[in-house]
Ligand binder design. Structure first.
Ligand code: NAP
Length: 497
C-alpha cells in the first residue's frame, strides 16, 4: 500500500468508479425523489460524486425492509456461529479492497492516506472481525433460583436499530456501530454524515456479497436535520446509536422521548485534559501532546486539546511541544508523507479561524501557528496552533473547537490539575504523564472521563469499551460491553410441576 507515491494515488483516484446511490434491501438505488447532492474533496474543494439525497420516504421504505428482514429470522435467528461466518467473510472482502477503501476515505474526508491505510481500514476490519468472532462465545445466564424453578436470562436483539454517524472517522465509527449491532442479530439502518457518505456505501455492497441477507443493512445518505430527525422519531425503530456532537445528541434524546422511547445511546464531544507532571518522560510526553491535538487535524472527539502542564517545567516543555508541532504541518492527503490533511469543509476551517480570534480576544497568546494555509489548492487547511496563557474559564478551554488548536494551562499541585481537568461539561478522555505510579494512578482515578491514559494518549484497542462520562455521552462502543447497547434482557421463569 504505502509503496505507492502521491502520483500513483492520484492516478488511482482518477480511475475510481464512485458509488453514490443509497443501499436499500440489498441493492444500490436512487433516492425516491431522484435528488442528489455532491460530495466534495476537502483537499481541493472539487466535487467527487453525486450522492443520493434520501428523505423520509426512503427511510420509511428502508425501515419496512429492515423490519421484514428482522421478522423473517433469516439473520436475527441465524445461529451465532453462522452470523460469525458472514461477518468474517465481509472482513475478507474489505481486506481485498483495502487500497480502494482507504483511497475513498482519503478523498472524501481529507484524511492522510498513511492514516486511512494504517489506521482506519485495519481498525474497521479488526472491529467487524472481532465482534463476529466473539458472538458465538457469549453465554446467557441461569440465576440461582429456588428448587423446582428455572430462570433463563437471555440477551435478545433490539430489532431495527438506526445508527447515525459523524464525518471525522466515518469508516471506523461505522464499524463500531455495525459490528456489534449486526453480530447481535439486529437489522440496521445507517445514516452517514452528509460530508462523508462514500466508505459506508462501499462496504454495504461488500456485506451483501459476503452473505448478509437483504434488508439487514440499509445505508441512507441524507441530511441530519430532515432524514436524521425522521429516523430518530420513527415509531418502528427500536434502538438508536449515535456518534456526533453533544448538541445533536441532546436533540436525539428528545426525539426518543417524543416518539417511542427507542433505546438511545450517544457517543458525543470532548475537551480532553492532558496532564503533564515534571517527573514524566518529557520527550515522549511532548511528542504525544502534539499528536493528541493535531492528529486528524484536531477533528477527533478524544483530542487532548487542554494541555495542563506543571508550572515549573512550563517553558522547557513548551519548547519541546512546539518543536513537535512543526512535524504536523498540513499537506496533500494523497502524499504518503503528509501528517495532517485539510479540515472537512470551508465552514469548519472558518470555525477554527474564528476560535483563533476568540482566543486572542480572551487574552491568550498564540505561541505557534494560527493561520489558514494552502488556500491556492482550493482546500481547507489550517496550521497546527498553540495558545498559551489560557485559563480554564476561557471559551478556548471550555468549547470543543474540532480543529488543530491546543490550549495550554498550568498547575502547581496534583489537586489543582484534577480540579482543572474536571472543570468541563465533557468527560470523554484524558491522560496523565508521570513516572510516579502513585501520582499517576491517583490522578487517573480522580479525572472523570470514560478513557484515561497513563503515560500514553489514544491508548486502547477493540477489547476495551469506549465512551464518555457527563455530556460526552452514555453508550459504549467496542468490546463485549458494546453488545449490551444492542440487546434487551429477557427473563423466562419456569416452574416445574
Ligand atoms: P454532528 O453535527 O452532531 O452530526 C453527526 C451526525 O448527526 C451526522 O450524520 C449529521 O447529519 C446527523 N445530524 C445532524 N443533525 C441531526 C438531527 N437533528 N437529527 C438527527 N441527526 C442529525 O457531528 P459532526 O459535526 O458530524 O461530528 C463531530 C462531532 O462528533 C464532534 O462533537 C465530535 O466530538 C463527535 N464525535 C464523538 C465521538 C465519540 O465516540 N464520542 C467520535 C467521533 C466524533 P449531517 O451530516 O447531514 O449534518
Amino acid at each position: 500500500m504505502l509503496d505507492k507515491t502521491v502520483t500513483d494515488w492520484q492516478s488511482y483516484a482518477n480511475q475510481l468508479n464512485i458509488e453514490g446511490r443509497a443501499f436499500i434491501n440489498g441493492r444500490y438505488v436512487d433516492a425516491l425523489s431522484g435528488q442528489t447532492r455532491p460530495t466534495i474533496n476537502p483537499a481541493n474543494g472539487r466535487e467527487l460524486a453525486e450522492v443520493a439525497l434520501c428523505g423520509p420516504e426512503d427511510a420509511d421504505l428502508a425501515v419496512t425492509g429492515a423490519r421484514a428482514a428482522f421478522e423473517s429470522g433469516e439473520w436475527s435467528r441465524m445461529a451465532p456461529m453462522d452470523r460469525k461466518m458472514v461477518l468474517v467473510r465481509w472482513t475478507e472482502l474489505i481486506e481485498k479492497h483495502a487500497d480502494e477503501l482507504a483511497l475513498l476515505e482519503t478523498i472524501d474526508v481529507g484524511k492522510p492516506i498513511s492514516d486511512t491505510t494504517n489506521v482506519d481500514v485495519p481498525a474497521t476490519i479488526r472491529t467487524i472481525r472481532w465482534s463476529g468472532e466473539a458472538i458465538d462465545k457469549v453465554y446467557d445466564e441461569i440465576p440461582p433460583t429456588p428448587a423446582d424453578t428455572l430462570a433463563l436470562i437471555q440477551r435478545l436483539p433490539l430489532g431495527v436499530v438506526a445508527a447515525i454517524v459523524p464525518w471525522n472517522f466515518p469508516l471506523s465509527t461505522t464499524a463500531w456501530k455495525l459490528a456489534p449491532s449486526l453480530a447481535t442479530g439486529n437489522s440496521v439502518i445507517l445514516k452517514p454524515a452528509s460530508n462523508t457518505p462514500l466508505s459506508a456505501l462501499f462496504i454495504a455492497g461488500l456485506a451483501s456479497e459476503a452473505g448478509l441477507p437483504d434488508g439487514v443493512l440499509q445505508v441512507l445518505p441524507g441530511p441530519g436535520g430532515s432524514l436524521g430527525k425522521h429516523i430518530a422519531m420513527h415509531m418502528d425503530i427500536d434502538g438508536l446509536t449515535f456518534t456526533g456532537s453533544t448538541a445533536v445528541g441532546k436533540k436525539l434524546m428528545e426525539y426518543s422521548g417524543q416518539s417511542n422511547l427507542k433505546r438511545t445511546f450517544l457517543e458525543l464531544g470532548g475537551k480532553s485534559p492532558n496532564i503533564v507532571f515534571a517527573d514524566a518522560s518529557l520527550e515522549k510526553a511532548a511528542a504525544m501532546a502534539a499528536a493528541a491535538v493535531f492528529y486528524n487535524g484536531g477533528q477527533t472527539c478524544t483530542a487532548g486539546t487542554r494541555l495542563i502542564v506543571e508550572e515549573k517545567i512550563m517553558d522547557e516543555f513548551l519548547e519541546m511541544v512546539t518543536e513537535n508541532a512543526t512535524d504536523w504541518m498540513p499537506g496533500n492527503p494523497l502524499d504518503p508523507t503528509t501528517p495532517m490533511g485539510p479540515m472537512i469543509d470551508a465552514g469548519q476551517c472558518d470555525t477554527v479561524a474564528e476560535y483563533m480570534d476568540i482566543g486572542r480576544n480572551e487574552g491568550a497568546e498564540v505561541l505557534f501557528g494560527g493561520n489558514q494555509v494552502l488556500q491556492e489548492t482550493g482546500g481547507y487547511y489550517h496550521e497546527p496552533s498553540i495558545f498559551t496563557g489560557v485559563n480554564n474559564a476561557m471559551r478556548i478551554a471550555q468549547e470543543e473547537i474540532f480543529g488543530p488548536i491546543m490550549s495550554v494551562l498550568s498547575f502547581k499541585t496534583a489537586e489543582e490539575a484534577v480540579q482543572i481537568a474536571n472543570d468541563s461539561i465533557y468527560g470523554l478522555a484524558g491522560a496523565v504523564w508521570s513516572n510516579n505510579i502513585n501520582t499517576a494512578h491517583k490522578v487517573a482515578e480522580a479525572v472523570r472521563v470514560g478513557t484515561m491514559g497513563i503515560n500514553n494518549y489514544f491508548g486502547g484497542d477493540i477489547t476495551v469499551p469506549f465512551g464518555g462520562f457527563k455530556q460526552s455521552g452514555n453508550g459504549r462502543d467496542k468490546s463485549i460491553h458494546a453488545f449490551h447497547d444492542y440487546t434487551e434482557l429477557k427473563t423466562t421463569w419456569i416452574e416445574f410441576m
